[in-house]
Design a binder for this molecule. Structure first.
Ligand SMILES: NC(=O)c1ccc[n+]([C@@H]2O[C@H](COP(=O)([O-])OP(=O)(O)OC[C@H]3O[C@@H](n4cnc5c(N)ncnc54)[C@H](OP(=O)(O)O)[C@@H]3O)[C@@H](O)[C@H]2O)c1
Length: 261
């Protein structure tokens, strides 16, 4: 029997990059998966990409996770189509790219990034608990995606780093409150992941990034999916409130090898 046979899984932001690998992991291990992107267009493109990978039966519906009415509508669909939910993966993220440095960025842009990454993740989790987990004998597991930048900042990404730090704190707070109810909340904190954005980088930049990694390579989406699947599975049944870093060793080093002295 496959590990997630009979399980119903929701992956937010499951329509591109790491999200596609997360959906693939759960489908290949037997789950029925629902996924959303933020818009009709991006979600439809994601559905096509999943079909191109030979993955059938994924239910896709556009849902801006920061918009409560759209979250409710997505959960109406899950209720109608599956009648339960076992695993929620909060993967959707606003990368907060191009907002500028702290001297010039619009303070309102912090709220936009927080709306997706923090409020969005919270309200999807709240809906999962109230609409499904609390009504089911076997409760549920939630896995957030944060980032190693929650602990070690990157430049000109104040809003993103702040939102990922908030996710780490929120994971611990949610885990504490939901543990007595039998609901586990954990988090995977990736470092570099290969995405379509890497395809626009020159080879020198890619090589330099890899030199930042003690293991000398960025993660594949499937590396992250393996960690998320573990945190969603009964194999981690004694874990909650954990932030599991998956970053090729970046967080354990003080400085990359070429500047270490
Ligand atoms: N890539 C990395 O190197 C890296 C490193 C550390 C952590 N992470 C984290 O790992 C996760 C996956 O990273 P990634 O690089 O694969 O992400 P990504 O390429 O930026 O994709 C983000 C996903 O989130 C969706 N999304 C954005 N805003 C949304 C909203 N308001 N409602 C619903 N969906 C929304 C996007 O959908 P649309 O297509 O509709 O925009 C897209 O599917 C993210 O949480 C990211 O922060 C990534």
């Amino acid at each position: 029997m496959k590990r997630f046979e009979g399980k119903i899984v929701l992956v937010t932001g499951g329509n591109r990059n790491t999200g596609l690998d997360l959906v693939e992991k759960f489908v290949r291990e037997g789950a029925r998966v629902f996924m959303c992107g933020s818009s009709e267009r991006s979600t439809a493109a994601g559905a096509e990409a999943l079909k191109a990978r030979g993955l059938e039966g994924v239910v896709s519906q556009a849902c801006d996770v920061g918009n409560k009415a759209q979250v409710d509508a997505l959960f109406d669909t899950i209720e109608r189509e599956a009648g339960r939910l076992d695993i929620l993966v909060n993967n959707a993220a606003d990368q907060g790219l191009g907002l500028g440095g702290p001297l010039e960025m619009d303070p309102e842009s912090i709220l936009k990034v927080m709306n997706t990454n923090v409020k969005g993740g919270f309200q999807v989790t709240q809906a999962a608990c109230n609409r499904f987990f609390m009504k089911q004998e076997s409760r549920g597991a939630v896995v957030f995606l944060s980032s190693n930048t929650a602990m070690r900042a990157i430049r000109n990404r104040t809003a993103y780093c702040a939102s990922k730090g908030a996710i780490n704190s929120m994971v611990r707070a949610l885990a504490l409150d939901l543990a007595p109810l039998g609901i586990r909340v954990n988090c995977c904190a990736p470092g570099y992941i290969y995405t379509e954005r890497w395809d626009k980088l020159d080879e020198k930049t890619k090589a330099r990034r890899r030199l930042n990694c003690p293991l000398r390579h960025e993660a594949k989406g499937s590396d992250i999916a393996n960690v998320v699947a573990f945190l969603a599975s009964p194999e981690s049944s004694n874990m909650t409130g954990e932030i599991v870093t998956c970053d090729a060793g970046c967080s354990c080093q003080h400085m990359p090898e070429d500047v270490d002295c």
